[in-house]
Design a protein. Sequence first.
Length: 148
Amino acid sequence: MTKINFSDEYFMRQALNEAQIAFQKDEIPVGAVVVCNKQIISRAHNLTETLNDVTAHAEMLAITAAAEFLGGKYLNECTLYVTLEPCTMCAGALSWSQIGNITFGASDDKRGFLRHTPPIIHPKTIIKKGILELECSDIVKNFFKNKR
């Protein structure tokens, strides 16, 4: 039997799988998973084009599914793994959810929440960045390269 190493890289690869699904749907390829006690409790990818909804970001969909799974709105025992730094809208929702940890792959120099002060995220949330950064960055770059 193969033992699974539940590392940040493992969960980010799961988020990258979601980003690939978005890419195949001609959505901006961002994927997210929410993990609680080393178990993925929700997965999502961008669906803004499919749903014709500007709020249908991977993070927003993953938050909603995780809260439904847990039966409550607070995700303070959870970690969000997302391939791209969340935007301010998603960061606001993550703050309201009191998510315990946010781990993202690639930074978003144009729309990422870390560009804003005062900080948007809940003060107890731990942020980790740069997990599989190159792979997470490449999928977005390739998507927009194909669009141009």
